[in-house]
Design a protein around this ligand. Structure first.
Ligand SMILES: NC(=O)c1ccc[n+]([C@@H]2O[C@H](COP(=O)([O-])OP(=O)(O)OC[C@H]3O[C@@H](n4cnc5c(N)ncnc54)[C@H](OP(=O)(O)O)[C@@H]3O)[C@@H](O)[C@H]2O)c1
Length: 239
């Protein structure tokens, strides 16, 4: 497939490396332009391009930039990209360390990917947000291997979601359907599956226990869990 990746950091580079090794044609972009991607190209085998070019190189497009920068992307980025091309969103909301406070995410009115979708003006499929970049690059296993990590995939468009689930399987992970984007709070930071590298049966068990409509108590609990994780990360970075 032709795959365009917007964002050439931890996740963008990990995905590019794996996708190129599987034989896909990958074009990759950052905010500063293709000239600044020589090292990334050498490491991953992907072709450096502009974000607009990456958006047009696609059977599948991945947007993997810090959530707070999503509104900086050009409003017409996907203007002439065919409707059946899935756009993957890998975002997580890190209010304390990176993104500042975003009202709709604090209140729980929107899930993180619903917020991203509104800003992109384009339906998205949420995946790769709950796995550490190094595990995404190095922990994929053949289907059927005991302990294979599963990844939740959420989206409102069934055909796009199925295409992305097939790619997840190809990358070496069990793809588990997490329902529509409104239910995708179940894979956000602070929830039981965030960074937990769970096998598919455990992930499905969590989803069955959590339900699909987020309660106020669940929202408060997961925000608090994540704030604790962010504070621990900040403390680790201190000299
Ligand atoms: N790190 C992880 O293990 C991990 C795991 C799962 C999900 N995530 C989530 O995935 C997203 C990306 O994370 P990351 O760790 O890969 O980020 P990162 O390492 O900080 O890299 C961010 C990339 O986004 C690019 N970028 C920023 N603004 C842009 C714009 N307006 N147009 C085009 N490119 C832009 C940056 O390019 P420049 O350098 O040129 O600005 C950089 O290449 C975040 O939401 C993160 O929370 C991360």
């Amino acid at each position: 497939m032709n795959i365009g990746i917007i964002g050439a950091g931890h996740i963008g580079s990990a995905l590019a490396t794996r996708l190129v090794s599987l034989g896909h044609s990958v074009h990759i972009a950052n905010s500063r332009g293709p000239d600044t991607l020589t090292e990334v190209a050498k490491k991953t085998g992907a072709t450096p391009v502009t974000a607009r070019e990456a958006a047009r190189h696609g059977d599948i497009i991945v947007v993997t930039i810090p959530l707070i920068h999503i509104p900086d992307l050009p409003k017409d980025l996907f203007a002439d990209v065919a409707d059946d091309v899935p756009v993957i969103d890998t975002s997580n909301y890190y209010p304390l360390l990176r993104d500042g406070h975003i009202l709709e995410l604090e209140t729980g009115e929107l899930t993180e990917s619903e917020w991203v979708q509104q800003h992109l003006g384009r339906p998205v499929v949420k995946v790769f947000n709950n796995i550490y970049f190094d595990h995404l690059e190095n922990k994929g296993l053949p289907a059927g291997t005991p302990g294979r990590i599963s990844l939740p995939v959420a989206g409102d468009h069934e055909a796009a979601k199925q295409k992305v689930m097939a790619l997840v399987q190809e990358l070496g992970f069990d793809a588990v359907d997490d329902g529509n984007l409104h239910a995708s709070w179940r894979q956000q930071p602070g929830t039981p599956c965030y960074g937990a590298d769970l096998p598919a049966d455990k992930l499905r068990e969590h989803f069955a226990n959590l339900g699909t409509e987020r309660t106020a108590a669940q929202h408060a609990e997961y925000l608090a869990n994540h704030a604790k994780q962010e504070r621990a990360m900040a403390a680790q970075d201190k000299p």
